[in-house]
Design a protein. Structure first.
Length: 255
């Protein structure tokens, strides 16, 4: 990315929320963390805030203070959400078998008895584990416009009242690993229920799914480093096959 100066200011041995990696007033890495990376932003996407004050308030952020982190319109894919898996004839289970997804069955290396929580370590993905082929597996997908939420091209304005819907989604910064998503199968028929299950995928809702302001589709990055344009009319089966790294499918995408 030719951003070595920014990269070197992060301590990758420490978590994102360590003071060494956070900007002021919670940390010392203000210059790097607050530097936008133009490559991570789609020129067609409207400007949106990327305020993480809601998350950092319990960690000592002064009340009423914004905590802006640099935005991204692109996100890694973890795997298939259960709603999308069921659309393509797979068990209705959320998977983690995308190129950058964690292992579906991580090994337990310990446990916290007091909290009754298993401590697991997920292995890093290697190219050899992408058995479908790097050119047949998506790595990053365009999910533009966050933090503001959009549904079928319309920004949330406080009128989606049938089901409580937040105006913004937190995970919008490129330094936040939770920006990565599990795409869902969506109905796309009711803006009051934007997450209503169905089998549509692209340009429906930008909370978890591929979304752009190009209208006709979204940009994606494949495992071999090539960029591909996914049409909004892409077959759900083809999209799901491109998400999984080891499904054994043969996905054909006209380019």
């Amino acid at each position: 990315m030719e951003g070595n100066t920014i990269f070197q200011n992060f301590d990758l041995k420490k978590p994102l929320i360590d003071p060494r990696n956070l900007p002021a007033p919670l940390g010392v890495n203000t210059t790097s963390v607050m530097t936008p990376v133009p490559t991570y932003l789609c020129p067609s996407a409207p400007e949106s805030r990327s305020d993480y004050s809601e998350y950092f308030a319990p960690l000592g952020l002064p009340s009423g203070m914004s905590f802006i982190l640099p935005r991204t319109d692109y996100a890694a894919i973890r795997g298939l959400h259960s709603t999308l898996a069921s659309c393509v004839g797979l068990p209705a289970m959320t998977t983690h078998n995308s190129m950058l997804g964690a292992n579906d069955s991580p090994g337990v290396v310990g446990s916290n008895v007091n909290d009754n929580v298993e401590i697991v370590v997920n292995p890093k993905r290697k190219f050899a584990s992408v058995t479908d082929g790097l050119s047949n597996t998506l790595c990053f997908i365009e999910i533009a416009g966050r933090q503001r939420l959009y549904f079928n091209g319309i920004a949330y304005q406080g009128t989606w009242t049938t089901t409580p819907v937040p105006a913004f989604t937190l995970n919008s910064s490129y330094v936040d690993w939770n920006t990565a998503r599990h795409p869902k199968g969506l109905s796309g028929t009711d803006r009051n229920q934007p997450e209503l299950p169905g089998c549509a995928v692209v340009n429906i809702h930008n909370l978890n799914n591929p979304y752009s302001f190009h209208g006709s589709g979204v940009q994606a990055l494949r495992g071999d480093g090539s960029v591909v344009f996914l049409p909004a009319t892409i077959s759900t089966n083809v999209f799901a096959a491109l998400v999984t790294r080891d499904g054994g499918e043969i996905a054909t995408l006209d380019e």
